[in-house]
Ligand binder design. Structure first.
Ligand SMILES: N[C@@H](CCC(=O)N[C@@H](CS)C(=O)NCC(=O)O)C(=O)O
Length: 305
């Protein structure tokens, strides 16, 4: 069985969501570092137009969005609490809000001098320029409204008060972390670890929980190049799709799948599977052969081509 390959970059909060899950489960994984902004031509051969990070890969199966990646990690490691849809409704709502409307407020609030220093250590000036141009363009095209700085901080403070109140035990919803902990962690990680924001100082339970989340680590990974990752895809066949996921009327049609919020670049392919919460597209690459690309349904639009 292929090991999980994570396509990510060090400063990516959603990348951290998945690295922390890998640390929690103890699954060995392979780390394929990618640029902080497109173009990422080799990664596009796997995921198609989808431009967000992280993307995970198991052989010729490609997982877009941290939710399908989490479901795959949960399946591989036998941790059902990592699968968002397995959680009670209130924990699912919590995780969606942390990943959704609270993500940009955390990122904006984490944009401190300490963060700028770290960015300068990791990226060239040219790439910093490209990054800024890319994110401005992405923000302009987004279907969700980006908050201003003061609104972002107010939302973050409200969020921190809610986290503090929720922490009546070690983790948000019990004695073990579940998907909602990882969704909450990555935005606050960006602010606290990278941005060294002082805002968490007034929230002692949140600080202890941050320490417990950090202690999960990022697991044991070995680096792989994108070319090695492409070779893994070329040598593999996508895994079989269960018959009940091949029964929907639209299976077999050419479709386009795109995120509805921001970074809405689509991936085109043939719909080959419809599971309870995800879609699977087949894509063909002249050298890699057939690839199956997995997307969540919630927050994504599927249109016939
Ligand atoms: N819903 C996605 C959101 C992922 C996301 O927004 N990732 C950020 C990086 S943390 C991103 O892709 N930014 C644009 C880019 O890196 O090109 C998920 O859960 O994976």
């Amino acid at each position: 069985m292929s090991q999980i390959i994570l396509h990510h970059y060090a400063l990516s909060p959603f990348g951290q969501k998945i690295r922390s899950m890998l640390g929690y489960t103890g699954l060995a994984w392979q780390s394929a570092l990618t640029r902080e902004m497109p173009p990422r031509p080799e990664l596009s051969r796997l995921a198609g137009g989808y431009r967000k990070i992280p993307v995970a890969q198991c052989g010729a199966d490609i997982f877009c969005d941290s939710r399908t990646i989490a479901a795959e990690i949960g399946r591989l490691a036998g941790n059902p609490e990592l699968v968002l849809e397995n959680l009670p409704e209130n924990a699912q709502d919590w995780a969606r809000r942390a990943d959704g409307e609270l993500f940009f407020p955390c990122v904006l609030t984490g944009g401190t001098r300490a963060l700028q220093r770290k960015v300068r250590q990791q990226m060239s000036w040219l790439d910093i320029g490209r990054f800024i141009v890319d994110r401005i363009a992405m923000g302009r095209k987004a279907a969700v409204k980006m908050p201003g700085r003061s609104q972002a901080q107010a939302l973050v403070l409200e969020h921190l008060a809610a986290v503090e109140a929720q922490l009546q035990q070690v983790f948000l919803f019990g004695s073990q972390p579940n998907h909602a902990d990882f969704s909450t962690y990555h935005g606050l990680w960006f602010m606290h670890e990278l941005g060294e924001s002082p805002l968490l100082a007034d929230f002692p339970r949140t600080l202890s929980w941050m320490a417990a989340m950090k202690a999960l680590g990022d697991g044991a990974s070995e680096p792989v190049s994108i070319h090695e990752a492409l070779a893994v895809a070329a040598a593999a066949h996508p895994r079989a799709i269960p018959p009940q996921q091949r029964q929907a009327a639209c299976v077999g049609e050419a479709v386009r799948i795109a995120p509805q919020d921001y970074g809405q670049e689509p991936t085109d392919g043939i719909l080959v599977g419809v599971a309870a919460h995800s879609w699977i597209l087949a894509r063909e690459d002249a050298e890699l052969g057939t690839l199956h690309v997995h997307f969540p349904q919630q927050g994504y639009a599927l249109t016939p081509l």
